[in-house]
Design a protein around this ligand. Sequence first.
Ligand code: AMP
Length: 397
Amino acid sequence: MKILVINAGSSSLKYQLIDMENENVLAKGLCDRIGLDGKFVHNANGEKLEMDHPMPNHAEAIKVVLAHLTDAKWGVIKDVAEISAVGHRVVNGGEVFVEATLMDAEKIDTLESLTEFAPLHNPAAVTGLRACLEVMGADVPQVTVYDTAFHYGMPKTAAIYPIPYEYYEKYGIRRFGAHGTSHGYVAGECAKLLGKDIKDLKIVTCHLGNGSSITAVDGGRCVDTSMGFTPLAGVLMGTRCGDIDPAVAMFIMNKENLTPDEMNNIMNKKSGALGLSGVSNDFRDLDAAASEGNERAQLALDMFTYQVTKYIGSYAAAMGGVDAIVFTAGIGENNNVMRSDIVKNLKFLGVEMNEEENSKRGEARVVSTPESKVKVCVIPTNEELAIARQTLAVINK
Ligand code: AMP
């Protein structure tokens, strides 16, 4: 059974075709600059194709993808009919779509009505869904997989904001969280790696990338997560401020005479590591600048380490203990110094890093010592595979 995973952006569309018998990726690629000049990248059969290819809209992009998946040279299947289902990544399902869902035209309209919860991302997913329906026909199941779904069941104590309750009732303002597909995936892989039933584990999953979020997973369920109503909350990120006193935003708006949109832009695009350091949003650049003596770059790195430590500690308290800490995503998977610094801060929990294992690169592994009371794992995230697995589960229902 083969599943096509689609991650649609406003002008891009990433795809993977996964054979679910062995979970192998048969082909993957990217349609970029859709509606502009169009760039197409396709990896299959050990080779890579890169070309300019005008794609005026997402439907045309899907056609290009399907044509290449079935192409004599670049293809990996003979017929589009071999694709059993399509899994679509969706950033926010609100309180309507709280699990992976088989879509139809009516449900796509409902999803469209949730645009204001993820104004940059949800419309692209809707466009991708409609494009697939148009090109592939109604017989191929189109399943949506939500980044918010894994977090949806968290207790109200973690989900609701202490503002007038009517805003939750009127507008649905609550903590949704993000990166849920990644957190759910690495928590599951962590249990497999440790040879334990996830129901018996308290895990803190740290998805640390350009956007970062931390989640408390108790018995396989999310009980709290650092991102909030939007992905602006939590630890500082590449360009996002994370948690700040909300009054700071009003203060700056008054002083600088800014509109809400302008302030939103500053908090999302000009803050975080970039705003602090004035150097870059990329942590590799920060490392390089800090090693040359740039104090603000060092401050950004130190603050990130401090804030991640605080979240892990608070989630250990929230769950009444922690059995495992998982690091994933660009920084979490690759920055062994950051991992080591965070774990050193958490020594009081009885966690101890095996520095030799920690300095290696590679696959999912345990990087704490055998004596460590809390296990530390590095697990490469694989959101596409997680989407394909959830899609399969939906169509098998
Ligand atoms: P992501 O959003 O998951 O792609 O992560 C992006 C972040 O990961 C950036 O801040 C990068 O600096 C960091 N990153 C990616 N690769 C590496 C690497 N090999 N070593 C250190 N940091 C990395």
